[in-house]
Ligand binder design. Structure first.
Ligand code: SP5
Ligand code: ZN
Length: 340
């Protein structure tokens, strides 16, 4: 079984809610997700490795220092201002069309600052959000260390997820792009390109944006077609494809056959790389409340086998997956397929 990296710090983010289409709804990205996955891994006999602290080098290789500094201080500043909301939530957004190409001012009002860095209202910041997001980065970097050491595959059992975060903007229940951080860290250690294959049900728009046009990190994403009405809505289309980026949007209702064909295409695209990051969302599974894809547990095992066939040093980073009763077994299936 693939070893996994764990940090209790990842449990400290408890968003409790998301503001979705103007309504406060219960959070889906909850601490119990990570606990459920860990439990299934331990039951499956996987070795747990404690996360080790890492400096900000790999983090700042993929993120704007201003985003990192905002996230580090946002909750303290918000709570000191005694505002009506118990979470940081943006209300006015610094869109590029406002400022004729000029950089927007940094708002004096604490309650306006999130509008410089957030691109949605679903991704709330509260006590422990920064600590958990930073812990998830350490988990991903510890998994990179394991792969750069003796093992060919390691799994980062982390949350909050990261693949929706761009260089300078957070959203989609994500704060820091753990997958991109892992890819940047691997890039510094191998001789040649790194590939990211994202099999979360949603397009990995943040990872795409971070590495777009570079060529040293190949990005492929298999996801529900945003054109059919799914998050992230603005990105994830085939029109964004080039030599280093492959989007494989699928219609709602796609099951194992169509999904695995796309995973095979993503693996072929990734084959020239010298190391692989798998952005593992298990929300493509039938029954997940956040996506209309219909992948089975056997499908996830086969996806693992397809990616394992590449024979590359591989870091698997946890992204989405919201059905608390099945996410643990789905991760175990994928890792079992990978290690086959
Ligand atoms: C990492 C990841 O899987 N992010 C997914 C973000 C997509 N969320 C879209 C939210 C759509 C509305 N969900 C309603 C939930 C009610 N609480
Ligand atoms: Zn997702």
């Amino acid at each position: 079984m693939v070893p996994f990296v764990w940090s209790d710090g990842c449990l400290r983010h408890e968003p409790e809610a998301e503001i979705w289409i103007g309504t406060r709804t219960p959070a889906t990205e909850v601490p119990q997700r990570a606990r459920a996955i860990r439990e299934a891994l331990l039951e499956g006999g996987a070795q747990e490795v404690s996360s080790a602290a890492h400096d900000d080098a790999a983090l700042l290789a993929v993120h704007d220092p201003a985003l990192v500094e905002f996230l580090r201080t946002a909750w303290d500043d918000w709570s000191a201002a005694t505002l009506p909301s118990d979470r940081v939530v943006p209300y006015v957004f610094a869109r590029s069309g406002l400022t004729s190409g000029r950089a927007p001012a940094v708002p004096t009002a604490v309650w306006a600052r999130a509008g410089l860095f957030a691109y949605d209202t679903m991704t709330l910041i509260g006590p422990g959000t920064w600590e958990a997001a930073r812990a998830a980065v350490d988990v991903a970097l510890t998994a990179v260390d394991l792969v750069a050491g003796d093992g060919p595959i390691a799994y980062a059992c982390c949350r909050p997820p990261g693949h929706h975060v761009t260089r300078s903007l957070y959203g989609g229940s994500c704060y820091l792009n753990n997958t991109a951080v892992a890819a940047a860290a691997l890039l510094a250690r191998v001789d040649g390109p790194v590939a990211v294959v994202d099999i979360d049900a949603h397009h990995g728009n943040g990872t795409q944006e971070i590495f777009f046009g570079r060529g040293d990190v190949l990005t492929a994403s298999v996801h529900v077609d945003p054109g059919a009405g799914w998050f992230p809505h603005f990105l994830g289309f085939t029109a964004e494809n080039d030599d280093a980026n492959l989007n494989l949007p699928l219609p709602p209702g796609t099951g194992d056959d169509g999904w695995l064909t796309a995973v095979r295409d993503a693996a072929t695209f990734a084959a020239p790389a010298r190391a692989l990051v798998v952005a593992l969302g298990v929300d493509a599974a039938a029954g997940d409340p956040e996506s209309p894809l219909e992948v089975t547990a056997a499908g996830y095992r086969e996806a693992g086998a397809i990616l394992g066939e590449l024979g590359l040093p591989t870091v698997v980073v946890q992204e989405g997956g919201y059905d608390l009763g099945t996410i643990g077994p789905l991760v175990v299936e994928t890792l079992t397929g990978l290690a086959r």
